[in-house]
Design a protein around this ligand. Sequence first.
Ligand code: XUL
Ligand code: CO
Length: 439
Amino acid sequence: MLAYFNDVLKIPFEGKHSTNPLAFKEYNADEVVFGKTMAEHLRFAVSYWHTFTLTGADPFGLPTMLRPWDGYSGLDLAKIRVEAAFEFYEKLGVEYFCFHDRDIAPEGETLRETNKNLDVIVAMMQDYMKSSGKKLLWNTQNMFSNPRFVHGAATSPFADVFAYAAAQVKKSLEIAKTLGAQNYVFWGGREGYETLLNTDMKFELDNMARLLSLACDYADEIGFTGQFLLEPKPKEPTKHQYDYDAATSIAFLQKYGLQDRFKLNIEANHAMLAGHTFEHELMVSRINDMLGSVDANQGDSLLGWDTDEFPTDLYSSTLAMVQVLKNGGLHSGGLNFDAKVRRGSMTPLDLFYGHIVGMDSFARGLKVAAKLVEDGVFDQVVADRYASYQSGIGQEIAQGKATMQSLEQYVLDKPIKLEVSGRQELLLAKLNQYLTTVE
Ligand code: XUL
Ligand code: CO
């Protein structure tokens, strides 16, 4: 087979003190942590779009990326990308990948032609998946790039566009079934509004839910059993996106009776854009039994847009992994690197460096999180903090036995004096201690 990444051999684990830039320092796939191997906990996936499709172009500049597939176009380009992609997964030692329909095959003049192009590439992927054992974590549909989606997809005011969107989802679900996708994602980049002055919000939300319901019905019809995921994001490209954050998305799914079919795919950079931390969004999802999968990346707090950087922040990866462990794992989900190398990092080697630092950051996060959870470092503090609900009036409140009258009686003559510390600085010191000392 042709090799596209000739400078790179299979990335080995060499440990903390390795000076080899093409080696893992923390990620040791078979090492057992907290009862499972690192590979089983982390379930890393490569995003097809950032790594094989996008070019480094931004609103101010032309493509910068230097890629082994430069110079090809159309279906030839799509085929070479598949070959290169599977070589990349193998050398990196990642078991899963994710894609949008339009990442993997070019659009034709009609949907019929586009679907034919997809069939060619999907058949090729199926062969590669069989021989390599690599798996599809999820696929999704791109209903945001083509100008037909300028006013939305399922939420477009134009019925023809809704029909097109539905047909696109139908085809992508068939692909999910063919390739055995473990999950199926909906991220609605254009499902929102630019101005309320021309928007029937209620009708658009009803239609967004209608398409998700149609997708559930069609999945049942063709026997696709993967987990549906909705990916919250507050804005960009629309001014306001309807699945704003985890809480908004959960309320939306509950209102339309979709909560048992869907979980959430939580992305770190989207959390930041919504004014939340990554761990906040993970916790909101977890406590509602809605944490399905993760788009592992990071943003830049000085910028108001989705920079999709590879995750390197060890605080964030550690606190995220605490939530994942407390969720009992990600089940059919995984950690998908919805992340791109910077525009100036244009060589193929940078693709490896980006993924290696991302994988090492989450492996380190996993090890530290496992010890924090095992030692119950924060659990005891939290339990102590709410101890007043274990007996007396607190227990009556928690058990729903207290009434307005009984509560008033209880406090009427009782001075309330609170001199209990939240111990925030001590807890942060503990976190630092674990981050620097866990082996
Ligand atoms: C966009 C984004 C998407 C979804 C899949 O911000 O995160 O790539 O992950 O459509
Ligand atoms: Co994403």
